[in-house]
Design a binder for this molecule. Sequence first.
Ligand code: SF4
Ligand code: SF4
Length: 113
Amino acid sequence: MLPTPDCLRCGVCCFSKLETYVRVTGDDWTRLGPMAERVAQFIGNKAYMQMRDGHCAALEPRAAADGTRQYFCAIYAKRPETCRELARGSPQCEGEIARKGARPSASDISAGR
Ligand code: SF4
Ligand code: SF4
């Protein structure tokens, strides 16, 4: 099995086609503060991170100077609890990579986004 990549080089668990992929609880919304309205949205009576281009809207795919891709979470310090619970190298992380590993490399990268 391949070693678990650095999260910055991976980003896989931030990809989904579901609008209800990343739940934002009341505590998460409070932690996000004024930026909550920009990155999260209500669907029905529950809040979720907005999704864009097949991944969480807070994920910033960038082209590094060496030509590789990097995946930044723009709200890392304030990210929802569900993101905090997914530990790198955990069975859930490995499952994400097994299921969706090709998605980041298939996604478009917009410079400076
Ligand atoms: S937690 Fe796992 S799946 Fe998520 S970015 Fe890090 S290495 Fe990739
Ligand atoms: S909030 Fe950050 S860590 Fe969580 S899914 Fe979005 S980009 Fe990934």
